[in-house]
Ligand binder design. Structure first.
Ligand code: PDD
Length: 291
């Protein structure tokens, strides 16, 4: 069986087998979910949009008042070493930084500060099978019970975990989060809607994660002349949509063809989403797989 996590992993300056990587049970990531993370797709051993992912990591660390334990170039060295040591050409790199382990449990930051915990590993990129892409996937809507800083990519993901589990128990691939009658995003993806040929994208606010894939989609729409409106999307518009798609670093662009048991539009992946998927593949192949 292919292992999910490649050896070695990176932990606090060391490269070591996963089995030998240990942290304190007092780590604030474990006690409080006090930390941040990134997921970076790797195609043909090249990290996709690595600068943007590292910028978002920096923004999230600043948002939780943490200093980045590594400079950008040092992160790149870690990432390249993990990629090169892993057996797969297409991978997913996971990075996590927590506020570290104090000698006691106290909600406030350790004073004086303790060393942060920095962890990273490579795993195989799990892509959507062509058969699933051809039919699209089912999703449910759930109330968005998360906190007010969903723009930060933090490891405290319990509300997302519960929403996704609710989807899985309903036989669905994703849960779409609705707050105050508006579509925000998915439990682990951004959501786009198409109505009458126009692509609708929820705006970047503190209530949505600014997806790296989301930015690529907006760039592709703008450069290819796809009509686009970046604005809040009402739940009623979501339910009347011609197409709904989810996007993320691991899902790329994936049509949602059933929502709360009802067909979305024709109930099949629509033409705008199909085009966008193709543009995304072309873009990826041009920037990542050349040579
Ligand atoms: N999730 N919104 C949420 C809540 C997410 O968790 C993610 C990604 C996205 C899409 O972001 P990006 O395009 O940068 O992957 C949007 C990752 C993949 C995860 O938690 O595993």
């Amino acid at each position: 069986m292919t292992p999910y996590v490649a050896d070695p992993v990176y932990l606090n300056g060391q490269y070591l087998p996963l089995a030998d990587a240990g942290i304190s049970p007092l780590d604030r990531g474990f006690l409080y979910g006090d930390g941040v993370y990134e997921v970076i797709p790797v195609y043909s051993r090249q990290a996709f949009r690595i600068d943007e992912h590292l910028q978002r990591l920096q923004a999230t660390l600043a948002g939780i008042h943490m200093t980045n334990p590594l400079a950008v170039d040092d992160w790149k060295t870690v990432i390249f070493k993990l990629i090169n040591a892993a057996p797969w050409d297409d991978q997913s790199i996971y990075l996590q930084v927590t506020r570290g382990a104090d000698n006691k449990r106290d909600h406030a930051f350790p004073s004086p500060p303790v060393a942060p915990t920095a962890f990273a590993f490579a795993s195989p990129l799990v892509t959507t099978p062509a058969e699933t892409r051809a039919t699209g996937v089912a999703a449910i809507t759930v109330p968005d019970l998360r906190w007010g800083r969903c723009d930060l990519k933090v490891i405290s993901l319990l509300a997302n975990v519960l929403a996704r589990q609710q989807a899985v128990e309903a036989g669905c691939a994703e849960a779409l989060l609705i707050r105050d009658g508006l579509l925000k995003e998915g439990a682990a993806s951004n959501i786009f809607v198409v109505k009458d040929g126009v692509l609708l994208a929820p705006p970047k606010t503190q209530l949505m994660l600014p997806g790296i894939t989301y930015d690529v989609i907006l760039e592709l729409a703008e450069s290819r002349g796809q009509p686009l409106e970046i604005r809040e999307i009402a739940e009623t518009e979501l339910r009347a949509a011609d197409e709904v798609w989810m996007t993320s670093s691991t899902k790329e662009v994936l049509a949602i063809t059933t929502l709360d048991g009802q067909p979305v539009g024709s109930g099949r992946p629509g033409p705008v989403g199909e085009r966008m998927w193709q543009w995304y593949q072309d873009f990826k192949n041009t920037v990542m797989r050349k040579g």
